[in-house]
Design a protein around this ligand. Structure first.
Ligand SMILES: Nc1ncnc2c1ncn2[C@@H]1O[C@H](COP(=O)(O)OP(=O)(O)OP(=O)(O)O)[C@@H](O)[C@H]1O
Length: 214
């Protein structure tokens, strides 16, 4: 379970998140819904340790992640799919997917990759292609596959259906639905929950850096 309590995050002198508390219970799929600039990305980057918290705690697996160095957080089985995909352009799709494996030395990487390809066979089909030759939606699938390689326990997905062709957005929702059956804990940030109907066990609304439970 991810249990965030009273999280404050500042960027420079500006307070961005204020007293954010939310929980993602084990096996639950939760939504973090808010318009552009509400603080969704800031929240996810804070959980990953890419932004420092100025107050509060990020409880996961009996640890307070605020006290754990960012490079060690991937070892907790947390996978992160950034909004802008952040694929390495000079690498193929598969090399991008395997990037976190090289840094975290996952022991069962081959089995995990086979599982990811079973979940998204189309990614296996274009695995040898340069990431730059893929469409925006295909790149999102690659970013999701990369997050799944390490995200055995918790997935943080930042706007997975945003800005891509409707057919691929629907495909991503289908994959999310399959992941729900697998019992993964997932937090999905989106600007609205129209694509996510029926998938979310719990929805948090974020507005100007503050979260309300719904
Ligand atoms: N590097 C930065 N410097 C100053 N302000 C920032 C910086 N990064 C984000 N912000 C501000 O923090 C607030 C929250 O941004 P954040 O990216 O977390 O929102 P978001 O909900 O993810 O929206 P979006 O979908 O547009 O990314 C916004 O007001 C944004 O302008």
């Amino acid at each position: 379970m991810l249990d965030v309590q009273g999280l404050d995050v500042d960027i420079g002198p500006i307070p961005i998140l204020r007293q954010v508390s939310l929980q993602v219970p084990t096996g639950a799929m939760c939504g973090l819904i808010g318009r552009n600039g509400a603080g969704k990305t800031t929240f996810m980057r804070s959980v990953m340790g890419l932004l420092a918290a100025s107050a509060g705690s990020i409880g996961f697996d009996h640890h307070d992640l605020v006290k754990v160095a960012d490079f060690k957080r991937a070892h907790f089985g947390i996978g992160y799919m950034p909004e802008d995909r952040k694929l390495v352009p000079s690498l193929t799709a598969e090399e991008n997917i395997l990037l976190p494996v090289w840094s975290t030395e996952i022991p069962d990487a081959e089995d995990r990759l086979a599982w990811v390809y079973k979940l998204m066979p189309e990614v296996a089909d274009f695995r040898a292609r340069a990431s730059t030759s893929l469409s925006g939606g295909q790149q999102k699938l690659v970013a999701l596959a990369r997050a799944l390689m390490v995200g055995e326990r918790l997935l943080l997905l930042d706007e997975p259906t945003e800005g891509i062709a409707p057919v691929l957005a629907r495909r991503i929702v289908e994959v999310l639905s399959d992941l729900k059956q697998e019992g993964l804990s997932v937090l999905i940030a989106e600007s609205n929950d129209t694509h996510l109907h029926g998938l979310l066990d719990r929805t948090y609304v974020i507005e100007r850096g503050s979260v309300q439970d719904q």
